[in-house]
Design a protein around this ligand. Structure first.
Ligand code: ATP
Length: 201
């Protein structure tokens, strides 16, 4: 088990994946909340069956996977649906992530959670690392990557925690306003810092 758990977060398009890829290159185990969130509703899973019980067979596509557009629509239409899904999935996601933390082999591990602040998951980690960029950069990069309009990206930004809220919870920050290359020395510095924190424990 890793001796230190770092929660990596940041808004849409901030560069979390770019940063976690650099830590992974250093041999650090990355636990990705998005991957776990998909695992807990994989075809045949208990959670998927519960969703189909609640919202009907339309919840499952013919290949056995979750009908995401259908669920998204239900969640947007009614807050209580979102609450029900969150109450079902969040404990499962946390349990799988905790299991993966226990299995992690690197000296410290990274828990990459886009909505760490929003979902209070900062309590699951020893330190919070925020990838920070301004909104303008988020809009540019996320819309270029996903082919979404800036208006769509702006809506997602508005629904997420604010930059200020995220930075308020940060123990460490990475500034991703410049080039990808400029992430490298920042990751290097933090890697050394995390290793030295472990030695002091
Ligand atoms: P999301 O939460 O939306 O999945 P993310 O925080 O993981 O996003 P990335 O996917 O790492 O963000 O980055 C968003 C886009 O911006 C990607 O296309 C990535 O290649 C690009 N990008 C990231 N950092 C930089 C940078 N410093 N300079 C230029 N492009 C960048």
């Amino acid at each position: 088990m890793s001796q230190l758990v770092i929660g990596l977060t940041g808004g849409i398009g901030s560069g979390k994946t770019a940063v976690s890829d650099l830590f992974a290159k250093k041999g650090i185990d990355i636990i990705d909340a998005d991957v776990v969130a998909r695992q807990v509703v994989e075809p045949g899973s208990e959670a998927l069956l519960k969703i189909a019980d609640k919202f009907g067979e339309q919840s499952i596509l013919s290949d056995g996977s979750l009908n995401r557009p259908f669920i998204r629509q239900l969640v947007f239409a009614d807050k209580s649906n979102k609450q029900w899904i969150d109450d079902l999935l969040h404990p499962l996601i946390r349990a799988v992530m905790n299991q993966q933390i226990k299995q992690a082999q690197s000296p410290y591990c990274i828990l990459a959670v886009p909505l760490l602040v929003e979902n209070g998951m900062n309590k699951m980690v020893d330190r919070v690392l925020v990838v920070d960029v301004d909104e303008h950069t988020q809009l540019q990069r996320a819309s270029a990557r996903d082919g979404q309009s800036k208006e769509q990206v702006q809506k997602i930004i508005n629904a997420q925690a604010s930059r200020k809220e995220r930075l308020h919870l940060a123990d460490d920050t990475i500034d991703n306003s410049a080039t990808l290359d400029e992430l490298i020395p920042q990751v290097e510095r933090l890697h050394k810092q995390y290793l030295s924190l472990i030695k002091k424990q």
